[in-house]
Design a protein around this ligand. Sequence first.
Ligand SMILES: Cc1cc2nc3c(=O)[nH]c(=O)nc-3n(C[C@H](O)[C@H](O)[C@H](O)COP(=O)(O)OP(=O)(O)OC[C@H]3O[C@@H](n4cnc5c(N)ncnc54)[C@H](O)[C@@H]3O)c2cc1C
Length: 435
Amino acid sequence: MTATYDAVVIGAGVIGTSIALGLARKGLKPLCVDMGAEAGHGSTSGSSSIIRPFYSTVDGASIAYEAHFYWKDWAGFLGAEDERGHTRYVNTGNLVVKCDRNDHMRKLLAMLDRIGCPYEEWSCERLKERFPTIVFDSFSPARRFEDDGFGEPNGRQISGAVFIPTGGYVTDPALAAHNMQRAAEANGAVFRFRSKVAEILTGNGRVSGVALAGGERIAAPVVVNASGPHSYKVNGLAAGVLDGMTIKTRALREEVCHVPAPEGIDYARSGMHFSDPDTSIYSRPDYGNDMLLGSEGPECDGHIWVDPDDFDREFSDRWQLQVMRLAQRFPTLGIPSRTKGVVEMYDVSTDWIPIYDKSDLPGFYMAVGTSGNQFKNSPIVGQMMAELIAACEAGHDHDAEPIQFPLRHTGLTANLGFYSRKREVNEESSFSVLG
Ligand SMILES: Cc1cc2nc3c(=O)[nH]c(=O)nc-3n(C[C@H](O)[C@H](O)[C@H](O)COP(=O)(O)OP(=O)(O)OC[C@H]3O[C@@H](n4cnc5c(N)ncnc54)[C@H](O)[C@@H]3O)c2cc1C
């Protein structure tokens, strides 16, 4: 007999588990299916899970600022226990370097003013008090090892930094997904693992369910693609869906490095999310006295687009390159001979802004193209998608009249039309992981 659910969510990463929770809270009975063994074991598990409110667009910044309050009261948001415990939000704040590359934060400060997000401007002296071995030289533009002038200052200096108190990082991103799974189950959602969706079924001009690899069929009037870096493959299974999108998605390989913190810095006390567009590196504390660092995607590095089912999970020379770029700012950072960290994928959209939308196939929805920057927003995405799905299934024309989602902590509003699959490429985007 074919099992029947109110909705099938494909993918149990932070996005899919949150959508399952959002739908279950609306009184529906969703099934969340994942081909992996556990919730959050896809690209979510490799996330740097940094929470920060600064984005290049007002819409992007508004929802990211709101997200801080969800993580601050994670247990309250979940309203359910997890036998593994809850993941932790370490509210260190964000420190963003002021440099030529970000016009010394002028545009971003105007953005923070506009959304009402507090911040402090820090002088270089104040930075030195916190990070005694920091260097103020400017090194931009970022270069590759083989380029002339790699690692050499350009004669200019950074002009300080901006401290934003409403940010930090989440200690265990996979556990965040598991926490949302448990909360969704407490509200009636069902989860299935080691089950790959191989077909999107249709009938009477709309979605009618999915077929799993092996042939089992599951009936549902609503199917949601939350398959992360596989999103373009899953969209390709659904009749006419890719043709109805101006924004496309694809999988990008990324390396994140774990290294001991620089000598001469009390990182256990001073460590925080540190964004340095001048060296194109972000960093944050990791377990013990370690530091986690990744790339902010300088142009010279190019992009390594991959097949999500077949890509190289070994570290490359990017690992050393990224660590050496961080060492430009913190010269007491050692360059370990053993590589440690994560090789994962972003699901990148054409303009590095996600797609949270319906599709041209009635009943088929998508929350994809999270572009390396949507972990923070995941608890809100589930609620936005549940709102969008309920409205569209009730006959609302979201393409013509985009749904407005109230952000209750900040009093701002998320215009879901911003995330449309049919939007024009958003030229305000950074076209990078910064969103
Ligand atoms: C290295 C890295 C660093 C990042 N750092 C940050 C950060 O600091 N801050 C931030 O906000 N964001 C960050 N992100 C982005 C954020 O982590 C992602 O946007 C988010 O985790 C994506 O979640 P997801 O649920 O969409 O995808 P995933 O976690 O990949 O989940 C998708 C799931 O779908 C399943 N699936 C795929 N195809 C099928 C199928 N056919 N059938 C069944 N199941 C299927 C997969 O098994 C997988 O579990 C980072 C991402 C990466 C990779």
